[in-house]
Ligand binder design. Structure first.
Ligand code: GUN
Length: 296
């Protein structure tokens, strides 16, 4: 393997350490403990795992974790009433409603009922607009984690050619905005893109976020490019269930200058950035200096 491995697991541990230091300082100097409320509606098994992990890591960095588990048939009015209560609770600095929601609930309506300054997912339409116009916002966790790793590896990203494969609201679009904010020349590619291999071959930075196992082969990667693989796909290989990314790791690592593995790349950074966003939201709510290096 020629490429440098970008170790997201180690990077996430470092981010959690920085968050924990900032939380300790907030407690000591200001008597404030940041609090994150996570709302889970229903019993989706994957969501339950994520929510448990978020709660555990929140407590580990010294913050308060408030978990609200609601029945799958909870009415929209009851969910909105809970969000209103959390919006008005000064001990709650971040609110996350775990997605997907059961079908009878309007996700956009629910997300946009969260106070934008507490929207630690960065999904509220106000935060989307603020990010798109280069203003201070809450930034979605997964793209924020990718940006942190890219900045750490390269220093400045200015002038680099970046391609983001995937146009989701959660990853692709905000990732493109962040790269543009760091003065990259950005292409957003998707399922209808013509000549995707050629588009990818021109890129110094490739962020793959499509959710299709190993769809980017190594021969699409420019020599020395940096590859950030957001995909987490469960497939069966050799009679075993394994996790693979959207990039064919083995062949891409032969050509890339640096690459994130799956697992152990982008994945661990998402929750670390959620904790970072919560401490940022807490500082903003209290007119205190924000932690350096933990925001876009
Ligand atoms: N479900 C899967 N990923 C996420 C995420 O980043 N935020 C929320 N709220 N739900 C999710």
């Amino acid at each position: 393997m020629a490429a440098t491995l970008i170790d997201g697991k180690a990077f996430a541990a470092k981010v959690r350490g920085q968050v924990a230091e900032h939380v300790a300082r907030l407690k000591e100097q200001n008597g404030i403990t940041p609090g994150l409320a996570v709302v889970l509606v229903g019993e989706d098994p994957a969501s339950q795992v994520y929510v448990r992990s978020k709660g555990k890591q929140t407590v580990e960095v010294g913050m308060n974790s408030y978990e609200h588990k609601l029945e799958a048939d909870t009415s929209e009015a009851d969910l909105l009433a809970l969000i209103d209560q959390l919006n008005n609770d000064a001990s709650v600095h971040g609110i996350l409603v775990q997605l997907p929601l059961p079908k009878h609930l309007d996700e956009d309506l629910v997300i946009n009922s969260i106070a934008p300054e507490k929207d630690v997912d960065g999904f509220h339409i106000s935060n989307v607009g603020l990010l798109g116009t280069g203003q201070k916002s809450m930034v979605p966790c997964t793209p924020l984690g990718c940006l942190m790793m890219l900045r750490d590896h390269h220093g400045s990203l200015s002038g680099m050619d970046a391609v983001v494969i995937g146009r989701s609201n959660i990853v692709g679009k905000p990732m493109a905005q962040l790269l543009l904010g760091d003065s990259c020349t950005v292409t957003i590619a998707h399922s209808r893109t013509k000549d995707l291999p050629d588009v990818v071959r021109r890129a110094d930075i490739v962020v793959a976020a499509v959710g299709r196992p190993e769809m980017v082969p190594g021969d699409w990667i420019k020599e020395g490019a940096t590859v950030i693989d957001v995909g987490i796909n469960r497939i069966e290989r050799g009679g075993k269930n394994v996790l693979v990314g959207d990039v064919d790791f083995a062949s891409a690592a032969e050509r890339a200058g640096a690459i994130t593995p799956v697992p152990g790349g982008v994945g661990p950074m998402t929750i670390a950035c959620l904790l970072a966003n919560t401490v940022t939201a807490c500082c903003r709510a209290n007119n205190l200096a924000e932690p350096e290096g933990l925001t876009a």
